[in-house]
Design a protein around this ligand. Structure first.
Ligand SMILES: [Zn+2]
Ligand SMILES: [Zn+2]
Length: 351
């Protein structure tokens, strides 16, 4: 009871009275001209195991969405320092679960912070209290965004789509936000589950996004069919820990993403995933994969294509029944090229 009282008091002190005061946002002083001039954005989905932490970078301006677990503090702070962060234009804690706000206190203590956004719900955990203390010590107030509010991140629109209402659980109360850079957009869903997804859908927003930060670490309780259909992402990023006890990401979610044609990136398999755009093209870890996704017709058009297996170092004809998985393939124009690179002809298709 004592803890609740303290939290209630802290919250009343700490929440800005009128949600997102649009005129008071320092980040919103950008002119329209500046906004049009530069639509470049990098999103670093930092590998924090079974947790979320994304760093957004726009022309030397920085924003963080979620702050990993408590144990990730040192790793996140040094990652941010290595990226040149001194000031964070905005810090978003999507919801008060430890795997989303665990190291927000360390982040807030380590950098200048201009604004903190969190949903208007409280948790009785020490982790949550630590975050409130860090915010209060910096003389900041939490802004609880209203759905439909838009702020500017160095000229890039950041639209808050959820939570649409207060829910009885933390995950559905997640702040859901869409960041647009030129013609490309990124949707961050925290741990929002089907109930919240439905309300966001019903609110009638344009949910289409090129990159989806998949809800709740790929749990089957998020990424409902209708929601995924509305987003129809080209890329899906899952922030998830190897061998986590929840079995995330779940196969049903991975299948859905695959069926809709999204290229999946996972922090448990790739480590930190860096996605960048100039407002038009999208690169993952510095590489454009768009030709790869579209290269079935390219491969089919080329009559003399040989396909190598990166792992076995065997090469095959295009119609061999033992072709490797797409991501293990290397394409050669002719036999000589394959052999010169140390590949052996397959014994069954005899290329
Ligand atoms: Zn959660
Ligand atoms: Zn989570």
């Amino acid at each position: 009871m004592k803890v609740m009282k303290k939290l209630t008091l802290l919250l009343s002190l700490i929440f800005a009275v009128a949600g997102c005061g649009s005129e008071t946002d320092a980040a919103e002083t950008q002119t329209q001209q500046e906004a049009a001039a530069d639509a470049a954005l990098e999103v670093h989905f930092i590998d924090v195991g079974q947790a979320d932490c994304a760093l957004l970078v726009a022309d030397g301006h920085y924003m963080v969405i979620d702050g990993g677990n408590n144990d990730d503090a040192d790793a996140i702070v040094s990652y941010l320092k290595n990226q040149g962060v001194k000031t964070l234009d905005a810090v978003v804690g999507t919801h008060p679960h430890e795997d989303h706000i665990g190291s927000l206190d360390a982040i807030i203590n380590s950098f200048d912070v201009e604004a903190v956004y969190m949903p208007k719900i409280m948790h009785t955990s020490q982790t949550f209290e630590d975050v409130l203390d860090a915010i209060a010590n910096k003389g900041l107030k939490i802004k609880a965004p209203n759905p439909g509010d838009t702020i500017s991140f160095h000229g890039l629109p950041v639209e808050f789509l959820g939570p649409q209402q207060e829910y009885g659980d933390f995950n559905n109360n997640s702040i859901v936000l869409k960041v647009t850079a030129g013609e490309r957009s990124f949707l961050f869903t925290g741990d929002a589950e089907e109930t919240a997804e439905k309300d966001i859908l019903n609110a009638g927003y344009d949910l289409q996004a090129d990159v989806l930060k998949v809800g709740h670490h790929g749990s089957s309780t998020s990424t409902s069919d209708a929601f995924l259909q509305a987003v129809s992402p080209q890329y899906a990023v899952i922030s998830v820990g190897t061998g986590n006890k929840y079995g995330h990401p779940e196969k049903v979610t991975l299948d859905k993403l695959q069926n809709i044609g999204a290229e999946i990136h996972r922090t448990d398999m790739e480590g930190t995933v860096v996605c960048s755009t100039d407002g038009q093209n999208i690169l993952f870890n510095g590489v454009s994969t768009q030709t790869e996704t579209a290269d079935t017709p390219v491969a089919a058009e080329t009559t003399e294509t040989y396909i190598g297996n990166k792992n076995s170092k065997k090469f095959h004809t295009e119609d061999c029944s033992a072709l490797p998985a797409e991501n293990n393939r290397v394409y050669f124009e002719n036999r000589e090229e394959a052999i010169s690179l140390g590949y052996q002809p397959c014994g069954s298709c005899k290329p």
